[in-house]
Design a protein around this ligand. Structure first.
Ligand code: 6GU
Length: 215
């Protein structure tokens, strides 16, 4: 899976991609991440990527041309019939694990368009048309699409074969059991002892599975 990220703040992604699961997934070539900064695609003198809104109102709107030119570059590097464009938008379709799984099945390339400021000129979506979908990660407003793109990239990557290795099924199981324990067997805190449920030490995997389904 290749992620193409259109953003004026590529640095925001650096630390997250440089460690842990994402670092390994990139090193093993299970995923790859490419950046396109609209500022590098501007045709105006001062590399402006935004302007004031028609009709008035606060803030700035990201202009069409640099985003579309960045998108064309990303599209040119994608597999023709297997790419998807996601416009990060707090009002879009809600992102879920099911969405992540579907994305891995259907696409080899995902292009993320991250908006900043008060938004993106609506004509970006109209120009890209059928190939684009507005997607949100939940019912709250973020300063920009970058954090949301990172959340989706994390969630989609863990669905890519080989990224979690043989840990995959275990990791998925965690959702049905949120009570997990590791050593030591007894933790003492302010005079009180906190121990691990006996069943988890029983070695009886049928009983352990049953217990996990209820905790
Ligand atoms: Cl995709 N963008 C922004 N700005 N805020 C959000 C979001 C996206 N998803 C939830 N909140």
């Amino acid at each position: 899976m290749t992620f193409h990220i259109i953003t004026i703040f590529p640095n925001l992604f650096e630390s997250y991609l440089a460690d842990s699961m994402m670092k390994r997934a990139i090193a093993s070539k299970n995923i790859s991440v490419k950046f396109y900064n609209p500022r590098d695609f501007t045709t105006n003198k001062h590399n402006k990527v935004d302007d004031i809104p028609y009709g008035g109102g606060p803030g700035m709107i990201m202009t069409v041309q640099p985003i579309i030119d960045a998108w064309k570059k990303a599209r040119g590097r994608s597999q023709k019939k297997k790419f998807k464009t996601i416009i990060l938008s707090p009002g879009g379709t809600e992102f879920t694990t099911a969405y992540a799984k579907q994305s891995v099945k259907k696409y080899t390339d995902i292009i993320f368009i991250c908006g900043r400021y008060e938004g993106i000129d609506a004509r970006v979506k109209k120009i890209i048309d059928k190939q684009a979908e507005e997607v949100s990660i939940g019912n709250y407003v973020l300063t920009g699409g970058e954090l949301a793109a990172m959340v989706m990239i994390d969630s989609i990557s863990r669905q890519v074969d080989g990224v979690l290795g043989n840990k995959q099924s275990l990791e998925e199981e965690r959702i049905s059991s949120h009570e997990m324990y590791t050593r030591p067997l007894v933790v003492e805190h302010q005079g009180k002892k906190y121990t691990v449920p006996d069943v988890l030490q029983s070695g009886n995997h049928k009983l352990i599975d049953e217990w996990r389904n209820h905790h």
